[in-house]
Design a protein around this ligand. Structure first.
Ligand code: SF4
Ligand code: SF4
Length: 96
């Protein structure tokens, strides 16, 4: 999903291809098209599209894909839509 962007290179999303069994569930449940099955292994095709919802982590049968849910700042994301990325902040002075 190209309309959705969080901060660049901060997602906690991680994939261990060695233990991936290629079930495709991560691709199926991801709401932003971040994961894709390539042959018999998953791959991360759009890491900055990850909103850290945790759906892939929850549904992966072998814990090959891991993410820390809830780290993504929803306030920041919404502000980038409304005010543009240059003027967005999460509103918490103790945060980013
Ligand atoms: S945490 Fe959510 S948005 Fe990120 S890759 Fe997994 S399912 Fe997709
Ligand atoms: S859900 Fe897990 S095992 Fe299935 S394709 Fe994705 S990473 Fe691989």
């Amino acid at each position: 999903m190209k309309d959705f962007r969080y901060l660049t290179d901060v997602s906690t999303l991680a994939l261990d291809k060695e233990i991936c069994v290629g079930c495709g569930l991560c691709e199926t449940v991801c709401p932003h098209g971040v994961m894709r099955l390539n042959g018999k292994k998953a791959e991360i095709i759009d890491p900055d599209g990850c909103m850290e919802c945790g759906a892939c982590d929850t549904n992966c049968p072998v814990q090959a894909v891991r993410v820390t849910p809830g780290v993504g700042c929803a306030a920041y994301i919404i502000q980038t839509w409304i005010r543009g990325k240059e003027n967005a902040s999460c509103g918490d002075v103790n945060c980013c």
